[in-house]
Design a protein around this ligand. Structure first.
Ligand code: ADQ
Length: 759
């Protein structure tokens, strides 16, 4: 829940006001976009502020301009960020609209990425960070909007780690195979992950984001969250709404809108009205729609003279060449269709290429029999909802592209593939002839939903969810290890009289290698363990998932080192050198059942293989495609869990492996066994990196120094980032007891005595 005194700072590319030079004076104009409608009540309620770009790049210091900007701040608490023309161009036309926009909308061939533009994009994100920091107070919630500021959440986090940031992406998040085309893709993902709460319009976009962070950053996530740098980032799908009453009110109460509606109905009383309302953007599918309409006229001569398409298109981004070409293409197509089919009394298309006031739009929505909302790709699409809001009588028909985010929640529309010219032309016909009961049923269901999921509910939910995400982030969960204080550990170690040190090998003392047999210990590591194991005050055990043979080959000759193989299924004492099995095991017939299942996964996953150990079977997929491997691993564990439910076996997902092992073979048992050595340990340290080490961490007494390698969730109390840090810690421990050790090496009888005790 949102706390009472939490102010909201809204950050978007443009403010809801714009500045324009008019001769030697300046004009300030309010833009009534959907976002302003959503943000205004939130800003008023929380006494918040809005930070954005004025859209004007002269940087002029003239008094009239400055006075307007001051007025915005004073009257509305809108704070304008000034950008110089070159930086603004690189940021806005360059990266935002020629790299991110086409790519996020699945138009990779239109991607233009200029490194100089990228530098501008970074600079603008930094400028916004600095502006936010100027205004930020403790407890504030920052809400950043859209693809112009993908780097901003992380920039803020670096400047102020405790900052509370939400980010909402208004455009689609593309599939990972498309997203990976972007240069700087990792920077952009890390930038987004600086937020506490990340919102997308649909689950599909959220899934695409999750796959991208897995493939490109190796981050595994859950449906609704991902852990990054010891923080939890909450993920959500939250489609934006509109303010339906504002449209309805215009139709019911505004004399201007009512007159226009009546005039439209009268003027087109002889025919049906199809309506298109779009920004003039290639993602909106306007030429495709026009071609489908032309085909419809060709194929359905009975409709000629009885239908009209009113296409409203507001020019946008005209400094980008693709947009000027689109404008020309649309002009030409409309010219051709009207030229080919018009009669003295009828034109098939009426084209309004300008920004219409909302009052006029509402009249058009109210008059249209069918709305054609057919983008090739769209984050959501507000026009679809606006049209529905103006159809309280349930008369209209919405034709909606299945590639618009809105399709996910507007299933009662007639869904179309906008690339399928013939299919779209047939759907136009179907929409025009839809029987009244079906028409009403579909429209009323849409109407109810548009009212319920309105933009105010959306804004409120975002803020509440962000607030909850921040509170969750601030509660340190029990399974969150903290950074290890090495100094304290070293002094506890040196002061202790009797120490127990339990070490995992792979991922703890040595980094992973694509092939397990290649992760051979270095001579330095062997040397280090040799010297450590000779300290008469320490008992050291290496507890690994490896086979007896591997451990014996690599560490078997180190005197006084205990070895536990196969996660503790077998233990070798340094004196007898014989392997002792911690549990009587029955025959291996379970392997015959499990092996074919793993084999099936090997067949499906190139690069993966099976390792057979005495007490377990392991499917390794480190060399396979990471995303595919992880996905199949989850599938495999789920299948095996079901199958092994009543058996003494367990399936565990480890570091790029799935292992099926006997339940009793676990690392916790090694500690139980070593406790039987007639010895009181006043220092216990255990280090490990994967889920099998958790069995050990749980088993140890509270005062033990349990260390997880890597910053993941764990039952260990502390963490070190990587195996190199663990090895350097052991070296430090060794140096801290240098003198006593040297003495110990000269007293072999003492060692013999101790080893007798151990057995
Ligand atoms: P847009 O790409 O701008 O928004 P859309 O959702 O359709 O797309 O919103 C367009 C808005 O502009 C509507 O409110 C519409 O009424 C208005 N409009 C369009 N043509 C107009 C005209 N000629 N005159 C006046 N007004 C006009 C981005 C994403 C979308 C996402 C929104 C909100 O690209 O996918 O739905 O943000 O998150």
């Amino acid at each position: 829940m949102q706390r009472d005194n939490q102010r909201v700072l809204v950050v978007s590319n443009r403010l809801p006001v714009t500045l324009k030079r008019a001769g030697d004076s300046w004009q300030s104009k309010r833009t009534a976009g959907g976002l302003a409608t959503a943000m205004d009540p939130i800003l008023q309620k929380t006494d918040g502020i809005w930070i954005g770009w004025s859209g004007e790049t002269s940087g002029s210091n003239d008094q009239k301009r400055s006075a307007i900007i001051k007025e915005w701040a004073k009257e509305h608490r809108y704070f304008s960020v000034d950008l110089d023309a070159k930086t603004a161009h690189g940021f806005y036309e360059g990266i935002a609209n020629q790299a991110l926009w086409p790519l996020f909308h699945h138009f990779p061939s239109l991607l233009r990425f200029d490194p100089e533009h990228w530098r501008s994009y970074v600079r603008v994100n930094e400028t916004f960070r600095d502006e936010i920091l100027k205004h930020l107070r403790p407890n504030d919630l920052v809400w950043i909007h859209d693809y112009h500021f993908l780097l901003l959440p992380q920039l803020l986090r670096e400047a102020l780690p405790e900052v509370s940031v939400g980010f909402f992406l208004h455009v689609p998040f593309p599939s990972s195979s498309v997203f990976r085309i972007l240069p700087k893709r990792e920077d952009l993902l890390r930038g987004m992950l600086g937020a506490d709460y990340l919102g997308f319009h649909t689950h599909r976009y959220l899934q695409n984001f999750r796959t991208s962070i897995l493939r490109l950053l190796g981050l595994t996530s859950q449906m609704d969250r991902v852990d990054v740098d010891r923080r939890t980032v909450t993920l959500d799908a939250l489609p934006i709404g509109i303010a339906p009453e504002q449209f309805n009110d215009l139709l019911l109460k505004s004399p201007g809108t009512r007159t226009q509606l009546a005039e439209l109905k009268q003027r087109f009383s002889f025919c049906k009205i199809l309506l298109g309302v779009d920004r003039l953007d290639y993602t909106k599918g306007i030429p495709e729609r026009l071609r489908a309409y032309r085909r419809f006229l060709q194929d359905s001569p009975e409709w000629r003279g009885k239908v009209v398409l009113i296409q409203v298109a507001v020019p946008s981004r005209e400094k980008v060449p693709k947009y000027t070409r689109l404008r020309k293409e649309v002009d030409e197509l409309i010219g051709e269709i009207n030229g080919d089919w018009s009669t003295p009394n009828w034109s098939p298309i009426i084209y309004l290429r300008r920004d219409l006031p909302r009052a006029e739009l509402a009249a058009l929505y109210g008059a249209a029999d069918v709305a054609l909302v057919t983008p090739l790709r769209d984050g959501l699409n507000l026009v679809a909802k606006e049209y529905v809001a103006c159809n309280s009588s349930g008369d209209g028909v919405l034709v909606l592209s299945e590639f618009a985010g809105a399709a996910a929640e507007m299933g009662e529309a007639l869904l179309v593939n906008p690339y399928d010219e013939e299919g779209l032309s047939q759907t136009i016909k179907r929409a025009l002839t839809l029987h009244e009961p079906e028409r009403r049923e579909r429209m009323m269901a849409l109407y109810r939903r548009v009212h319920k999921n309105n933009v105010f509910a959306w804004g409120q939910r975002f803020i509440e969810n962000l607030s909850t995400a921040v509170q969750t982030r601030d509660q340190q969960p029990e399974d969150e290890p903290v950074p290890l204080n090495r100094q304290r550990l070293v002094s506890a170690f040196t002061e202790a009289q009797s120490r127990l040190i339990l070490l995992d090998y792979d991922g703890t003392l040595a980094p992973f290698s694509p092939l397990p047999q290649n992760a051979v210990p270095t001579p330095d590591l062997i040397g280090l363990l040799e010297v450590m194991a000779q300290d008469h005050r320490s008992v050291i055990a290496l507890i690994s998932g490896r086979s007896k043979a591997d451990l014996e080959q690599w560490f078997g000759s180190i005197p006084n080192l205990w070895l536990a193989a196969e996660h503790g299924a077998v233990l070798r004492s340094p004196i007898s050198k014989g392997w002792e099995q911690s549990h009587f095991s029955s025959a291996d017939e379970w392997k015959e059942r499990v092996y074919p299942i793993l084999e099936h996964f090997v067949d499906r996953t190139p690069g993966s293989f099976i390792e057979e150990k005495e007490f377990s079977l392991v499917w390794h997929y480190r060399m396979a495609d990471l995303e595919f491997g992880d996905w199949l691993a989850n599938d495999l564990v789920a299948n095996l869990e079901h199958m092994l439910a009543d058996s003494p076996l367990k399936a565990v997902k480890g570091q790029k492996i799935v292992e099926v092992k006997l339940l009793w073979a676990n690392k916790g048992r090694v500690y139980s066994r070593l406790q039987q050595l007639d010895q009181e340990f006043d220092f216990i340290m255990a280090a490990g990196d994967d889920s099998t080490d958790e069995d050990l961490f749980c088993q140890l007494p509270k005062h033990a120094w349990t260390i997880h390698i890597g910053r993941n969730r764990s039952r260990a109390k502390y963490y070190l980032a990587k195996p190199e840090e663990m090895v350097s810690l052991l070296t430090e421990l060794l140096h801290s007891v240098d003198q006593p050790l040297v003495r110990a090496l000269t007293v072999p009888s003492d060692l013999k005595h101790r080893n007798r005790l151990l057995l």
